[in-house]
Write a protein of this length. Structure first.
Lengths: 148, 486
């Protein structure tokens, strides 16, 4: 075996060691992150800007306002269908946002829209009035969040 | 000369290198386990640039929350802190991260946005803090499992202004967690709120009271918008709306051994969804609602609760989709004097109640609903039970018409002091030794953590594995057993 061959083999081994160490280090970081709940600890999502969500929130608020106000003019079936659409949007936005604040307020709206949907046909006027008032408060909170 | 590197030798070398590398990796991960058991916060000489030792503690709980890792306990010295605490790391099932006051310390977090925000981190324990006057929810949990919130106080969250209200404890996508022994009071939204798939949680032994929006009747003691949770041994009273509420999403919950009383009141403010009373001071309206309210949900058990003097129907089920079996069981409850009197607020004669009865099941919710072994009573004449669209002034009339409550009883439960919220049973109570211990969720211990006891003075008329369980949240302890079980 020539000296050059031996040197090449040594370089190959060193390269292998380096690569293996790199893989191991990366594994350590991933494992450590998994154990600690995330690859890179981050500050509260509540601190993240919600501006990116506010366009969708504004649209959602407008749609919810229109739909829930239509109980005086539309049939219960039509109101429920309209609420279904808005409810799906609210749930989708609650899942998508990275902001704790936006998530909470949109989730609240989704929860109360689900109750509102039911109250259109399944409850007395008092409960429906309670829930409608709560939905209005949810919408106020969302407008306030986005400065509308 | 170096030996030749055969393929086999190369493989051995590579494997050895890999093992060595992984060993290094594991030792790196294991550094968390080698961290100090305690981090200290507060007191003289504190510094957030230090290591959080007893000699040089951190100044803020938030700093400790930033660095604490699995297995560490954060001990906080007495004082009022203004920082919002959000852990940056998760604990593990066997090694949670714990936040608690130091021995003997009294710790308040005031004025922050949230007291504790546990978002996307799991296995966190928070115990023994007072969080008050936060601008948002005192405790906020999102996407977490293995959380334990115990013996905290959440008071005065948010403002009673539209758009600025806040919950005591807001629990979103929280699973496998425990909320116990907390006082959640005087918040501007519901006390404890579970939503968005929060499931497998135990909400036990909390007191949730005096929560109110102030401008709309909507604050509940415990508000369930998520399924599959145990709600047990809580005291919920004097809330603006119902004591415990299950709304759409809140199916399959087990609601046992709770005490729900006096969720009623008169406000001098004219709320947006209330009509003023017809006489007297017409500037305000009646608030309060049910002791336990279930609206549009299925498959839950409401067992062994004590429900007293709420403004509307004591235990209420309505809004189940027509033709859908509710799957509800009501058993072993004591429900007394609900929707029977109006609050003593200014105004005298008032608009109440909106619904009547100690137990009420509306017309779309009768299918698949089972009621038995409940004890009901009214100290004034009125509606005892509502089944569908029919009201009954006596249990006997209800039994005859509905075929339900064949073992129900109508009688004074003989509480020790309902005026003082003491709902323990006196000797001779018709609730003693008469419950169905096989009712779904009926616990082996009562709301005070005392065992079921066979009262030798009372013939057993109950059924199930124990024929001597008592109805309601509290088990009568005969004099001969009090010493042994106290």
């Amino acid at each position: 075996m020539s000296a050059s061959t031996t040197s090449t083999q040594r370089w190959q081994i060193l390269l292998g060691v380096a690569l293996t160490m790199a893989v191991a280090l990366a594994s350590a970081l991933v494992l450590g992150g998994a154990l600690r709940g995330g690859a890179a600890p981050a500050p509260s999502a509540a601190a993240q800007p919600i501006a990116a969500d506010c366009t969708g929130i504004g649209s959602l608020v407008a749609a919810a306002s229109t739909t829930t106000a239509s109980t005086h003019s539309a049939s219960p079936a039509a109101v429920r269908k309209g609420v279904d659409t808005v409810l799906a949007r609210a749930r989708g936005l609650a899942r998508a946002t990275a902001s704790d604040d936006a998530r909470e307020l949109v989730q609240n709206l989704a929860d109360d829209l689900a109750a509102f949907r039911l109250s259109v046909v399944q409850s007395g006027t008092d409960r429906h009035a309670d829930i409608a008032a709560t939905v209005r408060a949810d919408l106020t909170a969302l407008r306030r969040l986005c400065g509308h | 000369m170096a030996p030749p590197h055969t393929p086999a030798r190369r493989a051995v070398l590579a494997l050895g290198t890999l093992v060595a590398g992984l060993g290094l990796a594991v030792s790196s991960v294991g550094a968390a386990a080698g961290a100090a058991a305690y981090l200290y916060v507060g007191g003289g000489g504190c510094s957030d640039t230090g290591a959080g030792t007893a000699a040089v503690p951190f100044c803020t709980i938030a700093k400790a929350a930033k660095v604490a890792v699995a297995g560490q306990t954060v001990l906080v010295s007495s004082g009022t802190y203004t920082d919002e605490v959000f852990p940056w790391h998760s604990g593990t099932a066997g090694s949670p991260i714990t936040f608690q006051p130091a021995a003997g310390a009294v710790v308040t977090i005031a004025g922050a946005k949230h007291g504790f925000t546990i978002s996307n981190q799991s296995w966190i324990t928070v115990s023994g803090f007072t969080v008050r006057d936060t601008t948002s929810n005192a405790f906020y949990v999102f996407n977490a499992t293995g959380v334990r919130l115990s013996n905290n106080t959440a008071r005065g969250s948010g403002s009673p202004v539209s758009g600025a209200t806040a919950y005591g404890m807001y629990l979103n996508s929280m699973t496998g967690s425990v909320v116990t022994g907390n006082l959640v009071t005087d918040n501007s939204a519901s006390g404890i709120y579970l939503t968005n798939g929060s499931t497998g949680n135990q909400i036990t032994g909390n007191e949730s009271s005096w929560n109110a929006y102030g401008y709309v009747r909507n604050a509940v003691g415990i508000d369930l918008r998520a399924p599959g949770n145990l709600v047990s041994g809580n005291r919920v009273h004097d809330n603006e709306d119902s004591g415990i509420q299950s709304y759409p999403g809140g199916d399959l919950n087990t609601i046992v051994d709770n005490v729900s009383y006096h969720n009623k009141g008169f406000t001098t403010a004219a709320l947006t969804n209330c009509s003023p009373p017809p006489t007297g001071n017409t500037a305000g309206c009646i608030t309060g609602d049910h002791g336990i309210d279930d609206f549009g949900v299925t498959g839950s058990s409401v067992v062994g609760n004590t429900v007293y003097d709420n403004v509307a129907a004591g235990i209420n089920l309505e809004g189940v989709a027509s033709g859908t079996p509710s799957g509800f069981t009501f058993a072993d409850n004591i429900s007394v004097d609900n929707a029977a009197s109006c609050p003593d607020g200014v105004g005298g004669t008032v608009k109440c109640p909106r619904t009547r009865g100690d137990i009420r099941v509306d017309a779309t919710s009768q299918l698949g609903t089972r009621l038995d072994y409940d004890l009901v009573n009214l100290s004034v004449s009125g509606t005892m039970m509502v089944w569908g669209s029919t009201s009954y002034t006596s249990l006997a009339a209800f039994q005859a018409a509905s075929g339900q409550e064949s073992h129900g009883r109508q009688a004074d439960p003989r509480w020790n002091g309902p005026g003082q919220a003491d709902f323990s049973l006196r000797a001779g109570s018709p609730a003693i030794d008469s419950a169905d211990s096989g009712a779904p969720g009926q616990p082996a211990l009562d709301a005070a953590g005392r065992p079921r006891v066979d009262d030798p003075s009372t013939p057993n008329s109950g059924v199930g594995v124990r024929s001597y369980d008592d109805r309601g949240a509290f088990e009568y302890q005969p004099p001969t057993t009090r010493g042994a079980t106290s």
